[in-house]
Design a protein. Structure first.
Length: 101
């Protein structure tokens, strides 16, 4: 009788563990589709935009500086940006936050 009772108790504990795993998997799936996937997509488009930069493109940096690309150094991964007439700065490609239309 005691053996039968302990088997029933062990089976009910196993069901409780399954009851905890399913919600955790669902929470992870929701987080993936709402947080991780859109962030990865945004990074992919940002990387493609940075790779496609050319001379003459108007850009804004992550620091909020607006300028026009006047030179590109592929070996150093830097851009030469003119922010005013005869005022040029050298920045890294990764600091460009977007193109200005």
């Amino acid at each position: 009788m005691n053996l039968l009772l302990s088997i029933v108790l062990l089976q009910s504990e196993g069901g409780g563990m399954t009851g905890l795993i399913v919600p955790m998997v669902l929470i992870f799936a929701v987080m993936y589709f709402l947080i991780f996937r859109p962030q990865a997509k945004k990074q992919k488009t940002q990387k493609a935009m940075i790779k496609a930069l050319q001379k003459g493109d108007k850009v804004v940096t992550s620091g909020g500086i607006y300028g026009t690309i006047v030179g590109i150094k592929e070996s150093e991964k830097t851009l030469l940006i003119e922010i005013a007439e005869k005022v040029k700065i050298k920045i890294s490609r990764s600091s460009v936050s977007g193109k200005v239309e």
